[in-house]
Design a protein around this ligand. Structure first.
Ligand SMILES: C[S@@+](CC[C@H](N)C(=O)[O-])C[C@H]1O[C@@H](n2cnc3c(N)ncnc32)[C@H](O)[C@@H]1O
Length: 496
């Protein structure tokens, strides 16, 4: 018998860890082919059409991230694979129940993917690169280089430096505390114990440590899934952007951009940083931006395609896109409200035309507006604004005020007489509390009554029937139901 290579021993441990402790597989908007196609178009790369796309996800677990993609575009072909049999089996059962025939989940090691699967237009590797041994990282880049269609784009996320050095303090402490413990529950207990101790304020060598201690305390409250499979995972290796790109370039892969275009620019940084980065080419400039932002995580887009614009942003492309208020901005407004500040205070730093357009988009959220509607709004409400509508929209995009979509899924902003969510959302709500909305964002339905309600909303029940379906033990009555429906509408879950 041959001794397994180091990478294989680590891979066996990874397989066991995911089979032992459930991981909260969920949808990530930054991995969605619509997001990838949108960013690619802005940088002059025309990706294959979404409706017939071939999509591959590496480390897909239950398929929670790709199932909505297959359900949205029946003519697409979606493949996911993962080492761990338990989540893949759970995902297959869901796919069977939904009768989806264009998605295939497999138990496989990345290094043994059969060649007959062919090429893919969108390859997604989220939460993978930092958490696998080095030979598997290389195999991932080789797979992308060999299986990506000529105009295809891959998204690879990883823990980034320099910011991950801060988190590494907690990771190291947890791994030291648990080094002799194998039982998963005991490991989690010990990990939280050491984080809580480190969070206690006391005499430090530096008074500046208090922010760090507060962060360690927050880490102790992370879910079992996040602590076990993210923070305490072995390996869990962060990389500098330049290191990652040197390796990708070694496989013939080009940098296309980041799924968060704002991060490619000095948006929100000081004039000194803006001036400094003008000295460098775009890759080096982005590395300096990571230093300036203390960046912790990256979602990097890779391609083999050439760009028609030398990867400079082509603002005219926004004409074909749909525009929505950016979810992180809405979240900041909610946080402001919780902190007792006016929601509108978040818009205060924006210039008046941008703030007015943002308010208009907030009022119609979660629905999008076409570029033509934005142009008409601008002509009516801010006719003296010297910016073209293209400059206005792309500026708001780069500033993180709006999100852009190529082919957004339809949503309704008010519950109809027979409220509806899509069948895959109802099915996912049976087994998990994180469900995808129509923008591919994960909505946390931690209240079991909310999950029951979602399961009932197949478009056949009116409001009275929904209330009856919640049963006599539901304590909040009609008012609670109305609030829940408003919440579902606001977070983009409703299609009827
Ligand atoms: C941190 S999880 C990320 C899961 C999901 N993509 C996400 O972002 O939430 C990493 C996943 O990769 C899988 N995995 C690790 N090594 C693998 C390999 N060599 N081949 C296939 N899957 C692997 C694990 O089983 C696990 O499901």
């Amino acid at each position: 018998m041959t001794t397994p290579a180091f990478g294989d021993v680590v891979t066996d441990d990874i397989r066991r860890a995911y089979d032992a402790v459930d991981y909260d597989y969920a949808s990530y908007p930054q991995t969605h082919p619509d997001r990838i196609a949108t960013v690619a178009a802005l940088f002059g790369v025309d990706t294959p059409p979404l409706a017939t796309a071939r999509v591959l996800e590496v480390g897909c677990g239950t398929g929670a991230n790709i199932l909505p993609i297959a359900a949205r575009w029946p003519e697409s072909r979606v493949v996911g694979f993962d080492l761990a049999p338990r989540p893949v089996d759970a995902g297959r059962a869901i796919i069977r129940d939904l009768g989806l025939t264009n998605i295939d989940l497999r138990v496989a090691d990345l290094r043994e993917l059969p060649a007959e699967l062919g090429d893919f237009d969108y390859i997604i590797a989220h939460g993978f690169y930092s958490w696998v041994p080095d030979p598997v990282r290389d195999a991932l880049l080789a797979l992308i280089a060999s299986r990506l269609s000529p105009q295809g784009v891959a998204m690879v996320s990883y823990n980034a430096l320099p910011g991950s050095r801060v988190r590494q303090i907690g990771w190291d402490a947890m791994n030291f505390r648990t080094r002799n413990t194998t039982d998963a529950a005991a490991r989690l207990r010990q990990a939280r114990e050491i984080l809580a101790l480190m969070a206690e304020q006391g005499t430090s060598q530096s008074p500046r440590d208090s922010a760090l201690r507060a962060e360690l305390g927050e880490s102790a409250t992370r879910t079992d899934s996040a602590l076990m499979h993210d923070d305490m995972a072995v390996p869990n290796e962060p990389f500098y952007f330049h290191e990652f790109m040197a390796r990708a370039a070694g496989h013939g892969l080009n940098y296309l951009g980041d799924t968060d275009v704002r991060m490619m620019t000095p948006s929100g940084l000081s004039p000194n940083v803006r001036k400094f980065i003008t000295r460098f080419d775009r890759l080096e400039a982005e590395q300096y931006l990571d230093f300036a932002r203390l960046r912790r995580f990256r979602n990097t887009l890779l391609t083999r395609a050439g760009s028609t614009t030398n990867f400079a942003m082509q603002t005219s492309r926004v004409r074909a896109m749909q525009v929505a208020i950016a979810s992180p901005l809405v979240q900041s407004m909610e946080e402001a409200e919780h902190a007792g500040k006016p929601r509108d205070s978040v818009l205060a730093p924006l210039d008046p035309s941008v703030a007015a357009l943002a308010r208009w988009l907030i009022a119609r959220a979660p629905q999008t507006a076409s570029f033509a509607e934005i142009a008409a709004w601008r002509n009516q409400h801010t006719p003296t604004d010297p910016r073209t509508p293209e400059a206005l929209v792309s500026g708001m995009y780069v500033a993180g005020v709006v999100a852009l979509y190529t082919d957004p899924a339809p949503v309704v902003s008010i519950a109809g007489p027979r409220p509806a969510v899509l069948p895959f959302v109802r099915r996912l709500a049976e087994s998990q509390h994180l469900v995808p909305n129509q923008r591919h964002e994960a909505v946390n339905l931690h209240d079991p009554a909310m999950r029951t309600l979602v399961r009932l909303m197949d478009g056949t029940r009116d409001h009275a029937a929904l209330l009856a379906g919640l049963g006599p033990s539901y304590p909040h009555g009609k008012e609670g139901l109305d609030a829940a429906l408003r919440f579902f509408a606001r977070v983009g879950l409703l299609v009827g």
